[in-house]
Design a protein around this ligand. Structure first.
Ligand SMILES: [Zn+2]
Length: 274
């Protein structure tokens, strides 16, 4: 048995990841074209007919590509969408979509041998009223392993930290560098929202969260792999995000995390726990 994880794409141009075992394959968001997703899944040895379900974090366009969502619905991929986000999705992507979202969303639920827990994160605007983080857990060789997944949150609180403690793999956004954001060409209102407690997370905030989760985790394999996600192309760089987080972790005496930066149009290395 194995628990596998791969980020297919991450950032404001599209977000999509996959968690899979021998029994289930779950997409997280579908912010890319179906062609991109299909090709990348094929490279992982997964066909669309192998997909069991998709969970949705929130209704922003970089997390839901309308035609991809329609395609997945019509191909009977079960869509897990929180009821509080249902209005966001149907408002944006059309009432027709509703008939395909046929699975009720529970806070905690199982898809085959993968246990999923969801929790609220802080990411909201005029189009989005609800955004979720997730954990995916599965038993491999009589041990439970966990993937923590939190992109798109304007801040981190104790409750989010508690949900992510003891994750073996952690995905967390590291969206912006404050100096680059201040000097970027983005409209003032957009910058103000990014900086607000309902927008996105700065590199330093990501570093502090990772350090806190690592410190509070009791599992010796916790945070073995950390992916910095949703790195902005306008007010951050992959190198800057990685260096800021790596240095902050080293300053706190944490040196045993393998850190990755999730790219916009390039699949990350697959992590296989077996
Ligand atoms: Zn968003």
């Amino acid at each position: 048995m194995s628990l596998n994880f791969c980020i297919l794409a991450s950032g404001s141009s599209g977000n999509c990841s996959i968690v899979w075992t021998e029994k289930a394959a779950i997409l997280i968001d579908c912010g890319c074209s179906i062609k991109y997703i299909t090709e990348n899944l094929a490279n992982l040895g997964i066909s669309l007919s192998n997909l069991t379900a998709m969970v949705i974090t929130h209704a922003h366009i970089d997390h839901i590509n309308a035609s991809t969502l329609g395609f997945l619905c019509k191909n009977n991929i079960q869509i897990y969408l929180h009821e509080d986000a249902f209005e966001d999705v149907s408002r944006k992507y059309g009432k027709k979509i509703e008939e395909y979202i046929n699975m009720p969303f529970y806070k905690n639920f199982n898809i085959k041998d993968i246990s999923i827990e969801s929790f609220d994160v802080y990411h909201r605007d005029n189009n989005v009223s609800k955004t979720l983080g997730f954990t995916f857990s599965s038993i491999v060789n009589a041990r439970q392993y966990k993937i923590g997944y939190t992109t798109d949150t304007g801040r981190i609180c104790d409750k989010i930290i508690r949900n992510l403690i003891n994750s073996n793999i952690l995905v967390i956004e590291s969206n912006y560098n404050r100096i680059m954001l201040d000097s970027s060409f983005r409209p003032y209102a957009n910058k103000k929202w990014v900086l607000s407690g309902w927008g996105h997370l700065a590199n330093e905030d990501a570093a502090n969260a990772i350090a806190e989760i690592k410190t509070l985790s009791t599992n010796k394999d916790s945070l073995k792999y950390v992916f910095l996600a949703h790195i902005s192309s306008h007010h951050n760089t992959y190198e800057l995000a990685s260096r800021t987080v790596q240095e902050a972790l080293l300053n706190k005496g944490i040196s045993d995390i393998k850190l990755f930066t999730a790219k916009r149009k390039q699949r990350c290395p697959t992590i296989k726990i077996s």
